[in-house]
Design a protein around this ligand. Structure first.
Ligand code: UDX
Length: 451
């Protein structure tokens, strides 16, 4: 942290930073830059969100983010606006933090938000500035964006584009922003590198390693990292299939594999597969870009990773069939969890909601409970039933599915819960409940990948 010191520019004033886009990435980036000691304005076209943020409230659930926003809104270092005019010539560095979702009807990334930032910002830049992309984009994007700034900004070639990918994990966004495990600076000049070293002086002083590279490399680092993480998860999930066929235990297998330092234990939890707003769409965008570039090998490899991920969801539905039989009409299925992982209210591409929806399509009545993601879940899956607690969700259940690994689900008392369900069948798709405790309480416990 850098509360006492004030980073200064050559003009002997604190560096001024604009952060454009204030969803998950932008809100964390804006709050983090203020914590590093800079003057920050966040730009957001949604007026309601601007109001919320100026009250120190994040537009989403993220542990620790509200207090950090509040701290710096109150300190006067941080404010939010919907008016690009306010940041045009005010900021020394502009961070682009807008979303790059999957395009409608294709796997490629939709870059329309990045281009609308250029539309709105470029005409306002009359003095030299550094524009830093943090959004996840296909390799080659920064060069296109720079050409547009050069053509459309009054400062012309005085505008330089750098790419500095982020690696924030939801539920750890504040920590990952303030204490990044690495900083990647994709630059084409020493001035840009120096400016980025100035911006990230606090984490660099704390020991965060810096990789300085060209911009295509920086763009590939993010896509490459997410593709690797997805591959690791699908690899262990493929081994879970081997375990099911042989009576081996995939959790112990992962522990043993993970002790090899070359492999590492991270991202080796077998389960319903990866979801969320990043890994699935980033993997597909990476394949789409590989296709455009004619690198078919990458597509062949990653297509299988995606297929294994989808298979995991089908497998859970299949195990439910094995336990319930084929006629699901009149059967009550409880789904514990709606968020794509614990610690967030994000339900984008959530395996839990996908499985819940598939089971409902087979005719069962599906009741969902999640500690944080109920509102978002209701919005995307309004036809499912929702309960106010795990206990309530399990009333008269014919089978219970554990699909998001919230700590409170590990605390459930199997003896007590048995008294409220119709039949004590538990499918622990996250492989994180205590099998012995559930079996001792009289439950049929199944965890695909565990004996
Ligand atoms: C991910 C990357 O980790 C992050 O670096 C990048 O910036 C954004 O994408 P996030 O989407 O927050 O972050 O989730 P992460 O914690 O990586 O989990 C992704 C998905 O994989 C979740 O659905 C999670 O449940 C699943 N997962 C994770 C597993 O199934 N097994 C694991 O061992 C780890």
């Amino acid at each position: 942290m850098n509360e006492g010191s004030t980073p200064v520019t050559q003009a002997s004033r604190p560096l001024r930073i604009s952060v454009i886009g204030t969803n998950y990435l932008g809100a964390n980036t804006a709050a983090g830059m203020a914590e590093f000691g800079f003057d920050v304005i966040g730009v957001e076209i949604d007026e309601n969100r601007v109001k919320l943020l100026n009250d120190g409230k994040a537009p989403l659930y993220e542990p620790g983010l509200d207090p950090l926003l509040k701290k710096h809104v109150d300190s006067g270092r941080l404010r939010f606006t919907s008016d690009y005019q306010e940041v045009g010539d005010w900021a020394d560095v502009h961070f682009i933090c807008v979303g790059t979702p999957q395009s409608d009807g294709s796997d490629a990334a939709d870059l329309s938000q990045v281009h609308s930032v250029v539309d709105l910002l470029a005409p306002l830049l009359t003095r030299p500035a550094l524009v830093v992309g943090r959004s996840t984009v296909p390799v080659g994007t920064s060069a296109v964006v720079e050409q547009r700034f050069h053509a459309e900004a009054p400062a012309g070639t005085g505008i330089e584009i750098a790419w500095q990918p982020e690696f924030l994990r939801e539920a750890h966004g504040v920590d990952d922003t303030l204490h990044p495990d690495r900083l990647v600076f994709g630059v084409r000049s020493e001035q840009a590198e120096h400016r980025l070293r100035e911006v990230f002086a606090t984490p660099i002083a704390e020991g965060s390693p810096v990789v300085v590279c060209n911009r295509p490399t920086a763009e590939l680092v993010k896509g490459g990292a997410n593709a690797f993480l997805a591959t690791k998860i699908s690899f262990i999930n493929a081994l879970a299939e081997m375990c099911e066929a042989t009576g081996a235990d995939v959790s112990q297998l992962a522990d043993a594999l993970g002790l090899d330092q070359r492999i590492g234990r991270g991202m080796l939890n077998a389960g319903p597969g990866y979801g969320g707003g990043c890994l699935p769409k980033d993997l597909r965008a990476f394949m789409a870009r590989a296709g455009e570039l004619g690198v078919e090998e990458v597509i062949t490899l990653l297509r299988e990773v995606d297929d294994i991920n989808q298979r995991r969801r089908s497998r859970i539905v299949h195990v439910t069939h094995e336990l319930l039989g084929t006629d699901w009409v009149g059967r009550n299925v409880t789904v514990l969890g709606a968020a794509f992982k614990a610690g967030t209210d994000d339900v984008r591409d959530s395996p839990a909601l996908d499985v819940a929806g598939r089971i409902q399509l087979h005719g069962a009545t599906v009741t969902v409970y999640d500690p944080e993601a109920m509102d978002n879940a209701r919005r995307v899956r309004p036809t499912l039933r929702y309960a106010a607690s795990a206990q309530e969700a399990c009333q008269e259940a014919h089978v219970v599915l554990h699909l998001t690994e919230w700590p409170e689900f590990r605390e459930l008392d199997p003896v007590q819960l048995k008294s409220v369900v119709e039949t004590p069948l538990m499918i622990d798709a996250r492989l994180s409940l205590d099998p012995q405790a559930w079996r001792n309480a009289g439950w049929t416990y199944r965890a695909p990948g565990r004996p």
